[in-house]
Design a protein around this ligand. Structure first.
Ligand code: SF4
Length: 202
């Protein structure tokens, strides 16, 4: 059976066994991804941090707490795979940069798996692209010069069912203070949109 003909369970099995970029992974491969054909919302983040690498639970950290607050959903809803698919740009912890902070998601990951995985999620009606790496992948040349500009122009991407957000890590705290329009304008839209999609019959 070719890759294009794979079913979702079969592809997820392949992803969980993936070792493509293991030489670059300081803690080794541990792909963290959640996908169910019924999910109406896809969360596209960056890559697991060390805590998520240990637990194997996506967004099991302070960034996840902030993301759930932005979405206005509790953990039970967030971790229901029928509601949220969780497909980061890199599925394994990529290590740290010398200058500090987590390294970028491994580029092999989205290049290898996303074109196979995302078409197997036919019910997705909103992709929440959190952070510059997700903007790069999901918006391509349609993204703006800066993350702030891309997020500020979010309405341009509505027709493609993509909502660009900053990554909800601790680093976003200062950005939120400088850009109060995000909480005033985008969060109410995000919450209302997500609520509508979660309540809609599958
Ligand atoms: S980061 Fe992606 S490509 Fe690399 S080993 Fe993990 S699943 Fe495979």
């Amino acid at each position: 059976m070719g890759a294009a003909e794979k079913t979702l369970p079969s592809l997820l099995k392949d992803i969980r066994a993936c070792r493509i970029c293991e030489v670059h992974l300081p803690l080794g491969p541990r792909p963290v991804v959640v996908a169910d054909t019924r999910a109406p919302v896809l969360i596209a983040g960056q890559a697991p941090g060390t805590r998520v690498h240990e637990s194997g639970i996506p967004w099991d950290d302070k960034s996840g707490d902030r993301l759930r607050e932005w979405l206005d959903v509790d953990k039970e809803t967030f971790y229901n795979p029928e509601k949220f698919a969780i497909v980061p740009q890199g599925f394994c912890y990529p290590g740290r940069l010398e200058k500090g902070g987590d390294a970028p998601p491994r580029p092999e990951c989205a290049a290898t798996w996303h074109p196979k995985l995302i078409p197997l999620l036919p019910n997705v009606k909103l992709i929440i692209a959190a952070g510059q790496y997700a903007h790069h992948y999901h918006l391509g040349p349609a993204r703006k010069k800066t993350l702030t500009e891309t997020v500020a122009n979010w309405r341009e991407y509505e027709r493609d069912h993509i909502l660009p957000l900053p990554h909800p890590s601790w680093r976003v705290t200062g950005w939120l203070k400088k850009n109060p329009w995000f909480e005033a304008e985008i969060l109410p839209y995000l919450r209302s949109k997500v609520r509508g999609l979660l309540e809609a019959p599958a």
